[in-house]
Design a protein around this ligand. Structure first.
Ligand code: UFG
Length: 321
């Protein structure tokens, strides 16, 4: 099976590519290297440098006898999406529509998509399952919500079958050290904590310590990228044998606070991490954790790499250098 992995040189994408290659898929990666890195390239995959906003480049890639698409390319910072929504509309919405239309043109009928827990907004019950109401409170979350609606229509009208994977908080690095690309100017908590631990930055701000949680800081469900990667491979296998599209949460149902993440990182790395409390960040729910029972039932997937020690140590293994 030949898979076109769009955004396959990025942080999550390169872990997905590694897993696909391990499972003997033929992999072509399409990436504009805006955040993706050549250091994340694997010898056994083909790389096409191109942009989903450029329809000719996309069509040329899609014309290479592609059987399925994994679409990861997107802007992904919640805070930034509230300040610069136009970037998110362009990349996440227009870019994804271009991919769908190119799939139609080239008769590609299988899609695995990087969706997000951000589609739920502030949970009304926990852990959040896929039946939970969708009420995104960030523009980023809205773009993912909106695309899932498009997929439902393209399924009905054009027969594109999809698995939309709603990631909770992606963290960690390949345990064998096969993915080593660091994100430039990271916006997510753990890489920022790591940069504070290795001295790249002097410290970090904790956005809000007055939430109704056990220590006042936000609770998230952190899921190891290697677990996310496995789910993509399983989703492709699912699409080979089933004609029903699916929307699935990927998480652990375990919640960790911002302060707990910092303290555990200090303990495991032996480094002191400076932080100060700052005002809440727009678009942040206090708590969100996932029920991934449906992914277990449909794909036979569950997280096996996502304990906190492994998350932190696999990330530190890359950041300590
Ligand atoms: N945080 C800080 N300081 C920082 C960075 C983050 O206190 O410098 C806090 C945030 O306020 C939040 C928590 O750390 O409470 C996690 O923040 P991230 O930015 O790492 O992650 P988010 O929860 O905002 O978003 C991530 C992904 C989204 C996904 C979401 C689902 O980036 O794609 O998890 O929970 F939708």
């Amino acid at each position: 099976m030949h898979v076109l992995v769009i955004g396959g040189a990025g942080y999550i994408g390169s872990h997905v590519v590694k897993n696909l290659l391990k499972n003997n898929f033929q992999v072509s990666v399409f990436d504009n290297l805006s955040t993706g890195k050549k250091i994340n390239f694997f010898d056994k995959a083909d790389y096409i440098i191109g942009d989903i906003l450029n329809k000719e480049e996309l069509d040329a890639a899609m014309a290479r006898n592609v059987d399925a698409v994994i679409l990861l390319a997107a802007k992904k910072a919640v805070g930034e999406s509230m300040e610069t929504p136009e970037l998110y509309a362009q990349n996440n919405i227009c870019g994804t529509v271009n991919v769908l239309n190119s799939m139609c043109k080239h008769n590609v009928k299988k899609l695995v998509f990087s969706s997000s827990a951000a589609v739920y907004g502030s949970p009304v019950y926990l852990p959040v399952d896929e039946k939970h109401p969708l009420n995104p409170i960030s523009f980023y979350g809205f773009t993912k919500y909106d695309m899932e609606k498009y997929f439902e229509w393209y399924d009905q009208l054009k027969g594109i079958k999809f698995v939309s994977l709603r990631y909770f908080n992606a963290v960690g690095y390949d345990e064998n050290g096969d993915v080593r690309g660091l994100e430039d100017n990271p916006q997510n908590l753990l890489p920022i904590v790591m940069e504070a631990a290795n001295g790249t930055r002097s410290g970090l701000k904790i956005f809000g310590n007055d939430y109704d949680t056990r220590d006042g800081t936000c609770i998230r469900d952190y899921i190891h990228v290697s677990d996310l990667a496995t789910a993509h491979t399983k989703a492709l296998s699912y699409l080979n044998t089933s004609s029903e599209s699916q929307i699935l949460n990927l998480g652990t149902a375990t919640g960790i606070t911002v302060l707990e993440m910092i303290k555990k990182t200090e303990e495991l790395t032996g480094k002191k991490i400076s932080y100060e409390f700052a005002p809440r960040r727009a678009g942040d729910p206090a708590v969100i954790t996932a029920s991934a029972q449906k992914a277990r039932d449909i794909l036979g997937w569950k997280a096996t790499h996502s304990d906190l020690n492994n998350i932190i140590l696999s990330t530190w293994n890359v950041y300590k250098e």
